[in-house]
Design a protein. Structure first.
Length: 130
């Protein structure tokens, strides 16, 4: 049984930093009944797939820097930063606070607050864009 903290780190690094949209990779980490609430917007598993597909279609590179991570029972909290480079070269940086809930080694829920620190105002919705 993998440590839940390591599961979340692997999910974030794999899903965010891979420049290609890969639903098979997403399915390795996220349960089919996954639910996400980001900045007040609700996404189910299919919505999350659409979100990641939309993000990947607008970006050439994304990197993640985890500043803090804490795990207890079935819950992992992260404070991390995501740096984004879009197709035309524009860059954005986001600060993310997230609470992940896991069951049977898969992420079943994420409650997230995301704020853009740097970037174009039209990109402020990248954390929930579908």
């Amino acid at each position: 049984m993998q440590n839940i903290k390591q599961t979340v780190i692997a999910a974030l690094q794999t899903i965010i930093t891979d420049p290609l949209h890969d639903e098979i990779q997403i399915a390795l980490f996220f349960a089919p009944d996954y639910q996400q609430r980001v900045d007040g917007k609700e996404l189910d598993y299919r919505g999350f797939i659409r979100h990641m597909k939309a993000i990947k279609s607008h970006t050439t590179r994304m990197s993640i820097s985890i500043k803090s991570i804490v795990a207890e029972n079935d819950t992992v909290f992260t404070h991390h930063y995501v740096n984004v480079e879009k197709n035309q070269g524009e860059k954005s940086e986001f600060e993310v606070f997230a609470r992940f809930t896991l069951l049977s080694e898969k992420i079943i829920r994420c409650e997230e607050l995301t704020r853009m620190i740097n970037g174009l105002s039209g990109d402020s919705d990248l954390g929930s864009r579908t």
